[in-house]
Design a binder for this molecule. Structure first.
Ligand SMILES: Cc1cc2nc3c(=O)[nH]c(=O)nc-3n(C[C@H](O)[C@H](O)[C@H](O)COP(=O)(O)O)c2cc1C
Length: 164
């Protein structure tokens, strides 16, 4: 469980590709996440194409690091899943599993806010040429960290409310 306490967002990457076996482990971790009614609404797009990464870096004003990342995962979900109102939650939990697996594998990345903004969803979808039934949820540029800050202890006892 150390990964939970050592994980932090990584926005600067070594100029080194990530091994395919590691990416497959990351996706196994993602798909181990729980989902509402076990609907597993996600589809994962792994982008290593430099031109696409550069385009994805312009999906929002806060996505610039994607241009220099060796790879990015775009988590998408199917519009026709059983309970689409839970799809964002399902994708978020999968994203958390991805970060924790990054930590295990000596990798790092950062979640970029795409959904719920319609303009970002549309642009990301156009860049990776999503079919109509898929919605882009988030972009996660990742790779071997060039630098990484230490996570501080974030426990705040006054946020905890015991009802006994
Ligand atoms: C829903 C969500 C959206 C985020 N969007 C961005 C983003 O667009 N750009 C960015 O650099 N970081 C983004 N982040 C990363 C947060 O800034 C980061 O998780 C937060 O500052 C805490 O730092 P840590 O992850 O290093 O613990 C996002 C995180 C979440 C959970």
């Amino acid at each position: 469980m150390n990964a939970i306490f050592t994980r932090s967002s990584v926005r600067a990457f070594e100029d080194k590709p990530v091994e395919r076996e590691k990416i497959e482990l990351i996706l196994k971790a993602a798909m181990s996440a729980p989902t509402a009614v076990n609907q597993r609404p996600w589809e994962f797009f792994i982008i290593t194409n430099r031109e696409k990464l550069e385009k994805l870096s312009k999906v929002s004003p806060y996505a610039g690091m994607t241009a220099k990342a060796p790879a990015a995962i775009v988590i998408c979900y199917r519009r026709d899943c059983r309970l689409p109102e839970f799809a964002h939650i399902d994708c978020s939990i999968a994203a958390e599993n991805i970060w924790l697996e990054f930590e295990e594998l000596g990798l790092g990345g950062v979640m970029l806010g795409v959904a719920p903004y319609d303009d970002r969803i549309k642009l990301a979808g156009e860049i990776i040429e999503l079919p109509e039934n898929l919605v882009a949820f988030t972009i996660i540029p990742f790779g071997y960290p060039k630098s990484k800050h230490e996570q501080k202890d974030r426990f705040e006892s006054d946020r905890v409310h015991w009802i006994e």
